[in-house]
Design a protein around this ligand. Sequence first.
Ligand code: ATP
Ligand code: MG
Length: 509
Amino acid sequence: MLAVVLSLRASKPLRPQRTIILVSTDQRLIETAGEALRRSVDYRLVVCDDARQAKGRLQQIEAHLLISDHMDLGHMNSGHMMSGGSGSGEERADLLVDARVSHPRVPRLLIASPEAAEAGARAAKAAAAYLFLIKPIVPAQLEIAIKRALELDELSRRHRILSRELRISMDDDMFDSGEKLSVKGGVSQFEKLVYASPKMAELVAEAKQAAATELPVLIHGETGTGKELLARAIHFNSSRMNSPLHVQNCGGMNEETLHSELFGHVRGGFTGAVADRLGLFRAADGGTVFLDEISEVSRNFQVSLLRFLQEGEVKPLGSDKIFHSNVRVVAASNRSLEEMVERGEFRRDLYYRLKGFALSIPPLRERPEDIPVLAEFFLEKYAGVVGRRVIGITKGALDALSAYAFPGNVRELETEVQRMVAVADQGGYVSERHLSAAVREAVPSSTNATGHRAIEGANLKEMVESLERTVVREALTRTRWNQSQAATELGLSRVGLANKIKRYNLQAE
Ligand SMILES: Nc1ncnc2c1ncn2[C@@H]1O[C@H](COP(=O)(O)OP(=O)(O)OP(=O)(O)O)[C@@H](O)[C@H]1O
Ligand SMILES: [Mg+2]
């Protein structure tokens, strides 16, 4: 007998149904469960014959409760058994223990016959079961047990959300809300840093140390890794948190405009300067200025900035007056300033000034442990905790996301989840079928080592080359032809990768 799916829907449910997996071949127990749930439209009962089938089901569907009927071999011959049933008590005990690891959030309920009570109790303990019941069970009893177990599931879900918020706010207020002042043109917003990886934990620890000082901070990280978010966290966790934080992007700006934005100007100071402008350095007195894309500033600007860092001097354009302002500078770059210094493209003295503390945010592909927590965080963000559009994300979707390299880092993951929420069914789960093509296509290549790739060639040399060509092409597609990134992933030098591209005549599509 294959799994039986009993859908107990008298009418359209207001809430999405919750799925209960029951592993049993005891017809009486199956009927009791059916009876217990008959009056409610909120539940779907999936009956499995044995542990193997139940494991398969757990992978395929989002279960909310796992009930296992523990049997010992003696009990296999009992009168209530359906013919064809298989699976020893041991297998079922293993199922619950495995589920404890693979699906820790699904509560486990164990039922045993009086003869198997002792073995059942041991199994319940090993599996950290929520409840252990002895047959005969009556419907009302099972109904209450199921309700409580599902409440537990919901409570622990809320607890997870709250403790994440709490962990966020307890982490020395690293994630304090930015209500206290408006940043970026009056938008009051302060995103929260979410992480689970040791690498990020280490970085946050360093950031806390940095925040406690008055030193300038230099943040390095690829695009979308959270540089601005970290800069904000540092400001809001520093003694300057009640003073302004101003953000200035230094990329793509001519020298004069940038100078005037930061140092201000006097009327007529340059063409088009029709009124005096204070400049962010003076406006942020007592606070912090975040200079994004610092690698892009001109030589002249580097000189003015150095003077500001050394003396706190602000000389507005067109003015001969010098003002003083006490500002902490946090700068960020996705290019390596160190390499730029080596190449003579960035002033060494300014570089050393800026990196009072140097923080480097690892790319997301180097901390895949953060992907599930971030995905769930963004899911909550876009689905909204109240009146949610979707109720969760499947393990399959999380696995697929975790296997993807995310060249655009956290920003790309955020956009991906936002998209998935938007296309998912109202009240349903976000699953693999909602993934974007980029993620879906990249998954097999990163999860199957070589197994599913077509290898061509008449001899070993040709076959190895065919495989090499495929692996290199896949890495390039995955990283959208970001050659330094692809080279890093493949463990090649950039020149080595360029040689392979040439040799295999690879071209971006
Ligand atoms: N650890 C994190 N937890 C929660 N959200 C994050 C995290 N890291 C990044 N984000 C989110 O990802 C997006 C990109 O972050 P941010 O703008 O800080 O990156 P960035 O490094 O400054 O990017 P760019 O180099 O493109 O300017 C933002 O929406 C931010 O809130
Ligand atoms: Mg940024």
